[in-house]
Design a protein around this ligand. Sequence first.
Ligand SMILES: Cc1ncc(C[n+]2csc(CCOP(=O)(O)OP(=O)(O)O)c2C)c(N)n1
Ligand SMILES: CC(=O)[C@@H](O)[C@H](O)COP(=O)(O)O
Ligand SMILES: [Mg+2]
Length: 622
Amino acid sequence: MKLLDTINDPADLRKLPRTQLTPLAHELRQFLLDSVSKTGGHLSSNLGTVELTIALHYVFNTPEDRIVWDVGHQTYSHKILTGRRERMPSLRQLNGLSGFPKRDESEYDTFGTAHSSTSISAALGMATAAKIKGEKRKAIAVIGDGSMTAGMAFEALNNAGVEDDVDLLVVLNDNDMSISPPVGALNRYLARLMSGQFYAAAKNVGKTMLPAPMLELAKKLEEHAKGMVVPATMFEEFGFNYIGPIDGHDLDSLIPTLENIKKLKGPQFLHVVTKKGQGYKLAEAEPILYHGTGKFNPSEGIKPAKATKITYTEVFGNWLCDMAHVDKRLVGITPAMREGSGMVRFNQEYPDRYFDVGIAEQHSVTFAGGLATEGMKPVVAIYSTFLQRAYDQLIHDVALQNLDVTFALDRAGLVGADGATHAGNYDIAYLRCIPNMVVMAPSDENECRKMLTTAYRFDGPAAVRYPRGAGVGAAIEPALDVIEIGKGVVRREGKGVAILAFGSMVAPSIKAADGLNATVADMRFVKPLDVELVKQLAQNHDYLVTVEEGCTMGGAGSAVAEALAEAGIAKPLLILGLPDRFIDHGDPALLLASVGLDAHGIGKSIRERFGIGEPRLVVNNT
Ligand SMILES: Cc1ncc(C[n+]2csc(CCOP(=O)(O)OP(=O)(O)O)c2C)c(N)n1
Ligand SMILES: CC(=O)[C@@H](O)[C@H](O)COP(=O)(O)O
Ligand SMILES: [Mg+2]
């Protein structure tokens, strides 16, 4: 029997002798590779945290001690060791295991994560609660070097470092990678800590320039460095007891260190060094490719995808390069999502105008604002869900000053396997209420390109929101043409019912309209809304329907309702979109169908609401 099969919860793990942990790690790594290659998922980060996960559950008394995993994309080993091994084949599928920690999935998932850099704040909250309630337990935040770049992580360190009597441990899992290669001064600093050069530099500086007491300090630094218990200026300055760096794949190093830390009070900081993709050569060599995978054969590795339809992300990436070619003022900004946002080619072709600012959505928006004040033309490529982080910056630092920033909002609407945390359901509602903003939603790839150009040429803040994956397969015109701002187009003439569709919902609405003989308008603009078109459709039809892949509350349908009310038009109006609940992970088409946003669902909702019968089957008897 395999060791792994005997572990149904961490209590079983803690019964094993230390000598069995290394064989267990081998089994776990093999299980991960087999399992993720069949389901898809976040592979490299999980392969890199096998030993760390075993060590944490072995040393600490989970779930009594709380572990908060930052982002949570590295928690598959944690799921396997906490009673969910047999559910791994359902990972990220409808009604299956989530790809992230979820409080309602297991008591070991102490905090829901997926957006990065929240773990230290949450663990500090837990440690503080334990202190107030007089309960003895550790709260442990496990955070990656990429996630450590976010302001929020530093806000938490700043808060925690002065709390001498909280039982908090921050484990920095430093694999020298974000999704893409890591960026910024923090990364440089961590690299210096790891190489020990920092201490050599301190010593040299001490010898040549420093007065006697500082020389003494430099000597101490060197001594500590040799003993691997290194005072790291920055984390110590924040008030943490810094320990490390230690090898995060060496259980003989991890376990005694964690056992020692367990006895210490106050904020502790353990710096662990791991390798993304550890143990699977292909992932070690290409951690970016294996960060998030589909299904693949582990003995062959990921094969280049067969040419299928171009994705919206690629439409954006190509547009960005074309626009940069004709306008030297263009700068492209990504908060740590170069690959996902389609900016690899732009990075290669325009390295001086490409800015990966780290996982720093707030900064990315204000940085763009600053660039715009100087006449540059910033394009911020950002996932709809991550722009939520920068809402104040969007209002205060861009829109209020009417600055010329283009927002390319990827992953708008349901995203599928990543689930509710990553779904871009709210951007229409949160953008349309901001003065000065222009908000567009393309119905196909060609319209997307035109809208990006329109947003870019518009002298003010403008957003184009487009979904994950491919569109309808429309031919893309190479020209950089604009469309008229605030104008929709009628795509199908019909009678009785007019469907006012936005973005990705235009295609299924047209299909639905065939069975209803309804009119369909591609509204194109959420803001400014084409009020004239709304009035005209209201005049010529009995019923109006709006359809959007966004929350119905405050969304594009609400905009239409407001316009009708403003014009004093009373017309039966059905608003279709995403309901007022979080929608879990699963296949995107199934998810859309489950909320009635496929052609069948749209047609059905319209018939039911307005009492329109099924289309009669015409039988040709001749
Ligand atoms: C707020 C936010 N922005 C962006 C992301 C997308 N994202 C997920 S993992 C990741 C890289 C994290 O790097 P690190 O913490 O070092 O973990 P690793 O992938 O190296 O294991 C990014 C950018 C996110 N989840 N949350
Ligand atoms: C964990 C995380 O936030 C990212 O890795 C995310 O899963 C990427 O999503 P896409 O696959 O849509 O780029
Ligand atoms: Mg990392």
